[in-house]
Design a binder for this molecule. Structure first.
Ligand SMILES: Nc1ncnc2c1ncn2[C@@H]1O[C@H](COP(=O)(O)OP(=O)(O)OP(=O)(O)O)[C@@H](O)[C@H]1O
Ligand SMILES: O=P(O)(O)OC[C@H]1O[C@H](OP(=O)(O)OP(=O)(O)O)[C@H](O)[C@@H]1O
Length: 221
């Protein structure tokens, strides 16, 4: 029997919607419902194997060929942009990258800004693209409190509903790009295993009328 197609899934926020998409493909995903501390799951027919890992590690498992495919947010791909093929926009986990701060922030004054973010690559390339020299301060989470506490002048972070910004006294000053979960593939696996290509085509049919292979990174929400 062939070895299973291995798919690294982002654990946490994207997990439920990813499983729903896979169920829409006609896959019985009940074997993933076992809610204990298990992190590797194999389908009863032995055709699919799922790894539950942290978002940036999805790219690592796929790049090293341990996983054939991965599901991960575009935010993470922009920070780790090499060593895999980006195949499909899954149109789940939709949000955006924005620059946000307190109401008194002056984006156009000529002071060198301090920008706090979990996404230093995204933040520097955004400000570079505007020819603006900024100091990037890497933060691991709860980024929204940093302008309020004067650690930074502004933040670059994910915004979905805007609730976290509002509840911490921040507002959006600039939108950077749209984010959604993507299917990525190991470069060698996709060339050598036709079953992986078939799997991607089946998944594409499910998302085709929403996301599919269209990579529109502009804000359209
Ligand atoms: N508020 C949000 N709305 C929609 N999608 C989001 C939101 N926040 C994050 N995401 C997407 O979901 C992915 C996973 O987010 P999640 O919050 O589960 O983990 P994380 O922020 O990477 O890390 P941690 O596990 O440390 O919280 C992100 O990489 C992003 O693509
Ligand atoms: O616009 P909203 O709907 O409020 O969503 C945005 C928030 O969601 C994410 O945080 P997460 O919950 O992943 O926590 P984090 O601070 O650890 O990144 C993101 O970093 C924002 O803080």
């Amino acid at each position: 029997m062939n070895k299973p197609i291995t798919i690294a899934l982002t654990k946490g926020r994207l997990e439920k919607d990813t499983l729903k998409l896979l169920a829409k493909m006609g896959l019985d995903m009940d074997f993933m419902k076992e809610k204990n501390r298990k992190l590797i799951f194999e389908s009863p027919d032995g055709k699919l194997r799922f790894l539950l890992v942290k978002a940036p590690d999805v790219t690592t498992y796929v790049r090293h060929g341990v996983a054939d495919l991965g599901v991960v947010g575009k935010d993470v791909l922009l920070e780790h942009p090499y060593g895999y093929y980006e195949m499909l926009d899954l149109n789940i986990g939709v949000c955006k990258f924005s620059v946000a701060s307190t109401a008194d922030y002056q984006p156009k004054d000529h002071k060198r800004k301090r920008i706090a973010t979990k996404y230093p690559t995204v933040a520097s390339s955004y400000f570079n693209s505007k020819n603006e020299d900024v100091e990037i301060i890497k933060i691991e989470g709860s980024v929204e409190i940093s302008p309020v506490l004067h650690l930074a002048d502004a933040i670059v972070d994910i915004v979905e509903t805007g609730n976290t910004l509002r509840e911490n006294g921040l507002e959006v000053f600039e939108d950077i790009c749209r984010i959604s979960a993507r299917l990525i593939a190991n470069k060698a696996a996709i060339k050598s295993n036709p079953e992986i290509v078939t799997f991607i085509q089946e998944l594409e049919k499910i998302v085709a009328n929403k996301g599919g292979r269209v990579f529109d990174e502009t804000i359209n929400r």
